[in-house]
Write a protein that binds this ligand. Structure first.
Ligand code: TRP
Length: 337
């Protein structure tokens, strides 16, 4: 007998990135670039996590500019708004609402052991606000609102994903099946990009200017930063993150950007010196970023297009979010509207 094929429902992915300034090459390699690779296989929602951002004080004009810039960069790095839902977290009011509800199912003790809270409160000792404390609950809500199956996150967010799972399971335990319990999605090609000045630390835009490449750096700036990048005095190009962290970092960047494996990249420098390595990593970085920068400049001028993307994104996200929020509110016992 002839069988009709039922289409397989795609797994859902949700991820977010904060608009805290121009992303680094590390953010591009570790997050933004991978998001695009998931677009066809999964049902993806990607948001600019602008509610999280005000846990640290922001200058309004700059904040608004950073948020638009982040959306522009996501589009410029190739995300297709017809395939993925792209939106600003703040445009979907259900995020803030679910965060409140989930706050009442989360314990102080759980939040107290979050390492990012401890780090951030040490760093911003003059502004240890309640939002910073309950940040992981907002993030849990982001994920649970969409019944996401998978969440691409870096190592620094694993603890937050764990607590999201705990909260989901707790709520499900009380009310029956409300939430999909999400899993982490760890990309196979997720090279960890290190600081150019202190290559045992992660590349970060909050460190010294010369220690990171920003995705909007001009070719001259990129050249200068790599020229100054820390290597060592061993004078041979080997992949050995323990003994030669600086050199290994440059090799990993080349591997990540060319898609070649690290052994092959390393072998191509046999008999060559650090100058050759630096000029190769400079070239491939400039080649990768140039088309993104050109597309970014074009898109940012097209305000109408940007607006249509984030409005459509908020509408699609909002419909999904509302469904989950209503489901939970009914289970909790709220009077229906
Ligand atoms: N907290 C994440 C970060 O700073 C960003 C984020 C917010 C996020 N909500 C999310 C990531 C939901 C994944 C899923 O990197």
């Amino acid at each position: 007998m002839e069988q009709t094929q039922t289409p397989v429902k795609k797994q859902r992915i949700l991820s977010g990135i904060q608009p805290t300034g121009t992303p680094t090459l590390g953010n591009y390699i570790g997050a933004m670039r991978n998001w695009k690779l998931l677009e066809d296989e999964y049902d993806c929602l990607y948001m600019v996590a602008d509610l999280h951002t005000i846990t640290v004080r922001q200058e309004p004009a700059k904040f608004r500019q950073n948020a638009m810039q982040m959306l522009g960069l996501l589009l410029a790095s190739g995300l297709d708004p017809e395939k993925s839902v792209l939106f600003f977290q703040s445009h979907v009011h259900q995020h803030a609402e679910l965060a409140w509800l989930l706050n009442c199912y989360t314990y102080m003790g759980e939040m107290n052991r979050m390492t990012q809270f401890k780090d951030k409160s040490a760093k911003h000792a003059d502004n240890i606000n309640c939002g910073l404390f309950t940040y992981p609950v907002l993030m849990a809500g982001d994920i649970l609102l969409y019944q996401a199956n998978l969440v691409p996150v870096g190592k620094d967010q694993m603890q937050h994903l764990e607590i999201c799972r705990d909260i989901a399971q707790r709520v499900n335990g009380v009310y029956g099946n409300v939430f999909t319990v999400p899993e982490g999605y760890y990309s196979k090609v997720g090279a960890r990009v290190m600081s150019l000045q202190e290559p045992t630390r992660k590349m970060s835009k909050s460190e010294a200017e010369d220690s990171f490449i920003s995705v909007l750096d001009t070719p001259d700036v990129i050249r200068r930063k790599y020229r100054r990048a820390v290597t060592d005095s061993e004078a041979c190009v080997r992949f050995d993150p323990e003994k030669q962290p600086g050199v290994s970092n440059l090799l990993s960047i080349i591997a990540a950007l060319t898609g070649e494996d690290i052994e092959k990249v390393t072998a191509s420098f046999e008999g060559k010196g650090y100058g050759d390595l630096k000029s190769a990593v400079t070239d491939v970085t400039i080649e990768t970023l140039a088309p993104i920068q050109a597309e970014f400049a074009r898109i940012m001028k097209d305000k109408k297009y940007m607006e249509s993307v984030y409005r459509q994104g908020a509408e699609r996200a909002g419909m999904l979010a509302e469904r989950t929020l209503q489901k939970l509110m009914k289970k909790i016992g709220y009077v229906a509207k």
